[in-house]
Design a protein around this ligand. Structure first.
Ligand code: ADP
Ligand code: MG
Length: 269
C-alpha cells in the first residue's frame, strides 16, 4: 500500500492574500427536509491542503453536506462560507462529482461530450463550445488518463473509467475545490487504488473532499477523516477514534473495521 502524500511534499498554489486559506467553514449548520433532520449543528473547517474523507452510513447526511457547500441546499440554521463567502458567491470554483446511482448504459453520449458539458454554466447552458472549451476538455482528459477513450459512449466504459470521465468533467472549469460523492461506489478495490492515486495527484493543486458510506473505501491517501451521521465527528486526526465510528454507525467497531483497522484509533488513556 502506498503512503499518502505528506503535508511537507504538497506544493499547492499559494493564493493571493485576499482569499483566505480556509476553503470551507461550516458553523453550527443544521438542515431539515420538512421534519427530516439531515444535518445537526455541524462544524467543519477544510483547508487548502486538505484531502478530506467523510464516512457515514446511508442517510447520514453526506450528500446533503456537499450540497450545502455547493449552495444547492440552504441550511435552516448556521453559517456556511466557501473562501470566506456564501457558497454561490465563492471567489474560486468548486468542481463536483455527484453521487452516481443509476446510469442508462445505452444513453448515446461520448466521453468527450460528457467532459465538454462541464464547461457549461447554469447561466450559459445552450451556448456553442469554442476552442478554449475544447482545449480544457482535452487537458482534463489527459489529467485523468482518458484521451484514448474520448470517442467511446460513456455507457460502454467500466465503473472506474466512468468515474474518471466524471472527474474530468468536474476539472474542466479549473476548480480549486473538488467535491466527490461516493466516487468509489461500483468500483473494485484495484480500481479504487488507481482512482486514489489520481485524486492524490490532484490534491497537490486543489482541496479535495470525498464522502463515502463504505469504510473500506477510504484509503491511506486521505489525510483527514471525519464521521457523519447527522452530527459530524472530527478530532483533527488522520485516524478515526473507534467511539466516533460507533457513534456514527451505531454499531460496535469490530463489525465495521474490517477494511481499515489501520485507520482506526483505539482509545488510550
Ligand atoms: P447520505 O448521502 O449520507 O446517504 P443524504 O444527505 O442523501 O444522506 O440524506 C440525509 C437524510 O435526508 C436522509 O434521511 C434522506 O432521506 C433525507 N433527504 C435527503 N434529500 C432529501 C430531499 N430532497 N427531500 C427530503 N429528504 C431528503
Ligand atoms: Mg449520498
Amino acid at each position: 500500500m502506498r503512503q499518502h502524500v505528506s503535508e511537507s511534499t504538497k506544493a499547492k498554489d499559494t493564493h493571493s492574500t485576499t482569499v483566505p486559506a480556509e476553503v470551507v467553514n461550516l458553523r453550527e449548520v443544521s438542515v431539515d427536509y420538512d421534519g427530516v433532520i439531515a444535518l445537526e449543528s455541524v462544524n467543519l473547517s477544510v483547508q487548502e491542503n486538505d484531502f478530506f474523507g467523510i464516512i457515514g452510513p446511508n442517510g447520514g447526511g453526506k450528500s446533503t453536506l456537499l450540497k450545502v457547500i455547493l449552495g444547492l441546499v440552504s441550511p435552516q440554521q448556521g453559517e456556511v462560507a466557501v473562501w470566506g463567502q456564501p457558497p454561490l458567491k465563492s471567489p474560486r470554483r468548486v468542481g463536483y462529482v455527484p453521487q452516481h446511482n443509476s446510469f442508462d448504459r445505452d444513453f448515446p453520449i461520448t466521453v468527450w461530450n460528457v467532459v465538454l458539458m462541464g464547461r457549461l454554466s447554469r447561466a450559459h447552458m445552450f451556448r456553442a463550445y469554442d476552442r478554449h472549451d475544447r482545449e480544457n476538455a482535452l487537458e482534463a482528459l489527459r489529467t485523468v488518463g482518458m484521451t484514448d477513450l474520448r470517442k467511446r459512449p460513456i455507457g460502454s466504459l467500466s465503473g472506474g473509467q466512468q468515474q474518471r470521465a466524471f472527474i474530468a468533467r468536474a476539472l474542466v472549469r479549473d476548480p480549486s475545490l473538488l467535491l466527490l460523492d461516493e466516487p468509489m461506489a461500483n468500483v473494485d478495490s484495484g480500481t479504487q487504488e488507481e482512482l486514489y492515486e489520481l485524486l492524490s495527484e490532484l490534491s497537490h493543486r486543489m482541496a479535495i473532499m470525498m464522502v463515502s458510506h463504505d469504510l473500506s473505501a477510504i484509503s491511506v491517501y486521505v489525510d483527514k477523516i471525519a464521521c457523519l451521521n447527522r452530527r459530524l465527528y472530527y478530532h483533527g486526526s488522520k485516524e478515526i477514534p473507534a467511539e466516533d465510528i460507533e457513534a456514527a454507525y451505531g454499531c460496535p467497531i469490530e463489525l465495521l473495521a474490517h477494511g481499515m483497522p489501520h485507520r482506526v484509533l483505539r482509545r488510550h488513556d
